[in-house]
Structure formats: C-alpha cells, structure tokens
Write a protein that binds this ligand. Structure first.
Ligand code: PLP
Length: 358
C-alpha cells in the first residue's frame, strides 16, 4: 500500500455541502405533506393489475423503452411515442437531464420551487442559478432570459403549477421563454391534472421544449415511481443514450399502463380533490391571521403570523403532518396537501387549536 485509505480525500469536494432529501417519515399521522393522492387506489384497477401479473414480468428484464406504456401515453397526451421517455419517477428524469445537458454547464431555476432541480444539478456537477419569482410567484421571464443568455447555460427549469407556491404559468408566458432563448426549457407539469394550462400543444413548434409529467400525484402511483418526459425525438434520443437500460421495472410499467386504461376512475378522484381544495381554501381564507395563496394544484401554500416551525411542530403533536416550506421569499409559509374531506376537517380543527396557543 502506498498510502492510507481516507474516505474524505476521495469524496468529491463539490458534494460536501449536499444534504440528502428528507422525506419526513412519521408513522401514524394524517399525512398532508407530500402532495400524494389521498384516496384508496381504485379496487378495480388493483384487481386488473394483479390479474395481469404473468410470470415473465418477474423473470425477464423489462422493456428498456417501456413500449406498451408509451403507446398509452401517446394516446393520453396526443403526441407520438418517439416523443416520450419513461423514467423511475420524474426525479430520475431530472437527474438524467442534468447528466445529459447539465454536467460542466449551468442551469437556471425559477425559485422558490421543487428542491430536486438544485439537488440533481449538484449531483451531476452542473452549476445552478436561482432566479427569484415575482411577488405574485409568477416567473420573471425577462430575468430568466437574462440569466440564460450566459453561453454556459443549457437549461431553464420552470414548474407549473409550481411546487410549493401552487400557481400555474400561462402557455403564452412559456412561449416567450421558448422564443427568446437557445437553452432547453424544462417545464414540470407534475400537478397539471389539478389545474393550469398545459404547454403540450407547443411541442410541435418549439424544439427546445421539454415537459415533465408524473404518475405520483393525480394518478395515485407515488409508490411505484413512474414519470415521463415529452420532447422532440432528437432530445429524447440524447436522453436514451445515457439512461440506465432497465430504469423502469416491469411491474411499474404494467401498473402505469393499467392506470391509463382506467383513467376515468382516477379522474373522479381528481375532481373530488379539486372540490376539496376549493372548500379548504375558502375556509382557510376566513381564518383570522391565515394568509392563503391561490392554487392550481392539490396543495395550498399559507402563511401565519407565527414562525412556521412552531405551527409545523404544533400540528405534528396533534397528529397532522404538513410541510414547512419557509425560506427567503416564503417567510413563515407552510404547504398543506389536500386530503380526504375527513383529513381536511382534522387539519382545520388542529390548525385553529395551534393558532389559538400563539
Ligand atoms: C412530486 C413532484 C414530482 C414527481 O416526482 P416523481 O419522482 O415522479 O414522484 C415532480 N416534480 C415536482 C415539482 C413535484 O412536486
């Protein structure tokens, strides 16, 4: 041996500050922290999936291109299969985007937003620049274009409806970005089934548009990790070169296809979530000291006069888990996922009790 093993010397210095994503797992609470679908997975779809579990699904490697699933997605989104790539959740696709286009370059992020864009940029060795949204949380298009004018910038990340602020960005605003930059524009539509205007119709006109979608929110499959991307075939081709061949397992491919086949059942759940959201919003807006922000998603951003961590902990003691999203620009803000009617009622009852203490 020429030297002593020292792990710290071998660790990438640019990853030293990276803190792992904290999923906040707390058993036995009302879980309104992760924007999941709160309803039971439809029994009919579960039975269809179980009945279709053939032996080859277990013994053979999955289709690297997930062709059966892509056929369903092509029909659902109205784009051809060669414009789609499926992934192990959109999280994996974000990492693949960073590996394909970000490493050694820079990405621009409309903040505050989903933390995984920054985390995966760092993991892939891409630089990142956060461009603050305006006071109403709309992305600042001129400032984004300005930041992206730097020749080292390869991608602009925008989430619509945005997590955690809830607001959606219009197709026309997205068009302004697409027309005035040479960078790829990655539009994350994870919550689009709950509101806002999809940019899918722009795909045929703009070769630099990439849209991310997921089965984790409206479609109730967060546990099976299925996301996908829509883009021009040449962009998809670049990603296919770097993705792991068997990134999406056979069971998840099959289950996601089954969900698409039965999407009318999921649509009923989405409608119930939207009605629950609007009711929860109205009641929260009437609570003294609570400021609620308009939302197009399945969650509500709100602010109280008290430090967010105190409200968060107070609610947790009462058995309700939400998310503390306070940060510069979102001082004293929290995010609550719309649950079932009963869960929303519990949350409101406990929120009132906690606010009473302060
Ligand atoms: C939840 C969420 C996703 C979904 O991630 P998956 O990996 O598909 O579960 C993607 N983008 C945003 C903004 C989200 O909030």
């Amino acid at each position: 041996m020429t030297g002593r093993f020292n792990l710290a010397e071998l660790t990438r210095p640019d990853l030293k500050g990276l803190v792992p994503y904290d999923p906040h797992i707390v058993p036995g609470v009302i879980k309104l922290d992760a924007n999941e679908n709160p309803f039971d997975f439809p029994r009919k779809v579960k039975e269809y999936i179980c009945a279709g579990l053939q032996s080859e699904l277990f013994t053979r490697y999955p289709d690297p291109l997930a062709r059966d699933l892509l056929a369903g997605l092509s029909d659902y989104n109205g784009v051809s299969s060669n414009c789609i790539m499926a992934g192990n959740g959109s999280d994996e696709i974000i990492l693949n985007l960073m590996l394909a286009f970000g490493t050694g370059r820079e990405v621009v992020i409309a903040s505050p937003t989903f933390s995984m864009y920054r985390i995966h940029a760092q993991v892939a060795g891409a630089g990142w620049r956060e461009v603050p949204r305006r006071d109403n949380f709309e992305p600042d298009i001129p400032a984004l274009l300005d930041a992206a004018a730097n020749p080292g910038v390869s991608m602009i990340f925008i989430c619509s409806p945005n997590n955690p602020t809830g607001n959606a960005t219009s197709r026309e605003e997205i068009r302004k970005l697409l027309e005035n930059t040479r960078a790829l524009v990655v539009l994350d539509e994870a919550y689009l089934e709950f509101g806002g205007e999809s940019a899918v119709p722009l795909l045929s006109s703009y070769p630099n548009l990439i849209i991310l979608k997921t089965f984790s929110k409206a479609f109730g499959l967060a546990g099976l990790r299925v996301g996908y991307l829509l883009a021009r075939p040449d962009v998809v081709g670049e990603l296919l070169r770097i993705k792991q061949p068997y990134n999406l397992n056979a069971f998840s491919q099959f289950a996601a296809g089954a969900v698409l086949k039965h999407r009318d059942l999921l649509r009923d759940q989405v409608e119930a979530i939207k009605a629950g959201r609007d009711k929860l919003f109205r009641i929260m807006a009437g609570l003294e000291g609570v400021e609620v922000f308009p939302t197009d998603a399945n969650f509500i951003l709100f602010r109280t006069p008290v430090e967010a961590e105190k409200i968060f902990k107070g609610l947790l003691r009462e058995g309700v888990l939400i998310r503390n999203v306070s940060c510069p620009g979102l001082e004293k803000c929290m995010r609550v996922t719309v649950g079932t009617e009963e869960e929303n009622g519990k949350f409101l009852e406990k929120l009132k009790a906690v606010l009473n203490v302060y």
